[in-house]
Design a protein around this ligand. Structure first.
Ligand code: DAH
Length: 334
């Protein structure tokens, strides 16, 4: 067989080997065997001298052409093997977190609550907590709220359809009773928590909302202490220029009782001089007697306010329902 006739079958064999090479190592081996310095095609080149003058240029051209094709095939094979190596061998888990981290954030009400708690902690208060499903005793009776009080009406309070009339607490004041029955004075607690009232939802009402309750019991506690504490906390929360004002009011569990108004640039922006923000007062002796504290020895004050109101003022939100819709477009802004 003449050299010229060997070229085509050799080329076919080499191409087949390159395209079948399973990995880079096999490919390198095939390259060396066919077109490397010691490869078979290089060997053919060396034999050109033995050919006739007519055959020599034809064979040289054919060998070069075959080598060119093999170079191409080599590149293609390299690409094929690289691609195969980049395909995962394990099944893909499409529920795995993406490379771009999108962390969640705290709900604006949680942020405000944490700020309130932080301020009270500076004054030595600790966080207490109680059940949202309460009974009439802790929510009303022990707080000196008589059976004919409108708050106890089924129109205003969610009662559960069960024996003993359990209810959803209408305020966090019920936790005052639970804590005082558990521990002896002095007491210094704040109670952030969810409360429920039978209100129809509108821009300023929602059937559930959040309150913070405060209770301070010790010897010789005065209204002055109450006012100083409220002022400190509200200035931390709403800015150092915040003014506080007490107005006489009525709550069955405090005597005297007050409503707290505040004023600052936020209330000005709303076109108001003063805005009502909380209820408070000196703990009623009847409440102390109920929990077994001697009202001749111990005095104390308590307050309660809504957290949504503060968050709405702070962030300029005009509809309380936004806090409960869980729309990320809203929540992402805080
Ligand atoms: N419980 C009252 C309310 O829900 C707020 C309140 C007023 C709490 C006076 C108190 C207090 O502890 O002393 O509107």
């Amino acid at each position: 067989m003449s050299l010229l006739d060997e070229i085509e079958p050799m080329k076919a064999e080499a191409l087949a080997e390159l395209s079948a090479a399973p990995d880079q190592q096999a490919l390198e081996r095939a390259k060396g065997a066919w077109i490397g310095p010691k490869g078979k095609f290089t060997g053919l080149m060396k034999q050109l001298g033995s050919l006739s003058k007519e055959e020599r240029p034809l064979a040289g051209k054919a060998i070069n052409q075959a080598k060119g094709e093999l170079e191409q095939a080599l590149l293609a094979a390299r690409e094929r093997i690289e691609m195969a190596a980049s395909v995962p061998t394990e099944p893909t888990d499409f529920t795995a977190p993406g490379r771009c981290r999108r962390l969640g954030r705290l709900h604006p009400l949680t942020q405000v609550t944490e700020d309130i708690v932080k301020s009270f902690r500076k004054l030595g208060f600790v966080v207490a907590d109680g059940p949202e499903v309460e009974d009439e005793y802790h929510c009303f009776d022990a707080l000196n709220t008589p059976a004919d009080h409108p708050a106890r009406d089924a129109q205003d309070t969610f009662y559960l359809d069960q024996p003993d009339r359990p209810l959803l607490r209408t305020h966090t004041s019920s936790v005052q009773i639970r804590v005082m029955k558990e521990q002896s004075p002095p007491v210094r607690i704040i109670v952030p928590g969810r409360v429920y009232r039978r209100d129809t939802a509108d821009a300023t009402h929602n059937p559930t909302f959040q309150q913070v309750e405060g209770l301070y019991v010790d010897k010789g506690v005065t209204v002055g202490d109450l006012k100083g504490t409220v002022e400190f906390v509200f200035r931390e929360l709403m800015g150092p220029k915040t003014q506080i004002r007490f107005r006489p009011h009525y709550f069955s569990y405090t005597e005297p009782s007050f409503e707290i108004d505040f004023a600052n640039s936020l209330t000005k922006k709303m076109g108001k001089d003063w805005l009502e923000i909380a209820g408070c007062g000196m703990v009623h002796p009847a409440v102390f007697e109920e929990v077994g504290y001697d009202p001749e020895v111990w005095t104390g004050w308590a307050f309660g306010f809504g957290i949504e109101r503060i968050a709405m003022l702070r962030y300029g939100i005009n509809d309380i329902r936004l806090f409960y819709e869980n729309d990320v477009r809203f929540l992402e802004q805080f």
